[in-house]
Design a binder for this molecule. Structure first.
Ligand SMILES: [Zn+2]
Ligand SMILES: [Zn+2]
Length: 253
């Protein structure tokens, strides 16, 4: 086989068996996967040469199970950012997605019980604003003018078979602060900075609130119920799920 043959030889996807076009190939440790198959993976992880075709196929089985589970996923709460978080407050299931037709995109269903921590991250970058001299050449101002750009990310750490970190930007439009000279940008006076920061922090607060409520409910449900004397009817009773006397229905705490 000549060198040229090797370049023109058609590659076959080791998952679906279809021929892979010139640019649609994803190399794995021991084979090739076409773009169409690769697009079925979780958006929060990547599969590359460090993974085998078998590992990828196993992941796709998990993705099929996820699609089936998604059919009965009904969110009761939405946290609105550039990525939306849809939560079912009754069982703690949640998804994170930036598309409105999310059912078609098969977002991974996570559970708040598997969340090990939520953090807010800020990234900062700086560009220098230039002006022009008499010949139209781009030059620095004296002192130099800078525009600082800030973005806020929420990072959800997860105890999950495939996804260990869900990281997303709450506002794609960066908060900008203009500074003249070498001083530090004053973030305290920027309305867009504080608004975006609040948005990111509220994701963390809201998610933790639902997580804690579910944990408290679980603790309460697991607490053994003891017999008490009902102060109203005098009967000996094991309070029901809502803490009421089984004989007369009065609350007995
Ligand atoms: Zn394929
Ligand atoms: Zn009673």
């Amino acid at each position: 086989m000549g060198l040229f043959d090797r370049f023109t030889q058609k590659k076959i996807c080791d998952v679906c068996g279809e021929e892979i076009g010139l640019f649609g190939n994803n190399k794995m440790a021991d084979g090739n996967v076409c773009d169409k198959c690769m697009n079925k993976k979780s958006p929060w992880i990547r599969f590359g040469k460090d993974k085998t075709v078998a590992e990828f196929k196993e992941h796709l089985e998990y993705r099929e199970d996820n699609a089936a589970a998604l059919a009965s996923f009904e969110p009761t709460k939405t946290i609105d950012t550039d990525y939306n978080i849809y939560i079912n407050e009754n069982n703690g299931d949640f998804i994170v997605t930036n598309v409105s037709n999310w059912r078609e995109k098969n977002p991974d269903i996570f559970n708040l019980a598997d969340v090990t921590g939520i953090e807010v991250e800020t990234t900062q970058s700086r560009t220098e604003e230039k002006t022009k001299d008499k010949e139209g050449k781009s030059i620095s101002y004296t002192p130099p003018h800078y525009t600082y750009s800030f973005k806020f990310f929420v990072v959800i750490h997860m105890n999950h078979k495939y996804v260990h970190e869900v990281r997303f930007c709450v506002e794609n439009t960066a908060a900008q602060i203009k500074v003249i000279g070498s001083r530090e940008p004053n973030t305290a006076t920027s309305a867009s900075y504080s608004a975006t920061q609040r948005k990111a922090t509220s994701v963390k607060i809201e998610m933790n609130k639902v997580k804690r409520a579910l944990e408290n409910r679980k603790v309460a449900a697991e607490k053994p119920r003891e017999k008490v004397i009902c102060p109203v009817c005098g009967g000996t009773t094991v309070p029901d799920a809502s803490g009421c006397c089984e004989w007369c229905g009065s609350p007995v705490g």
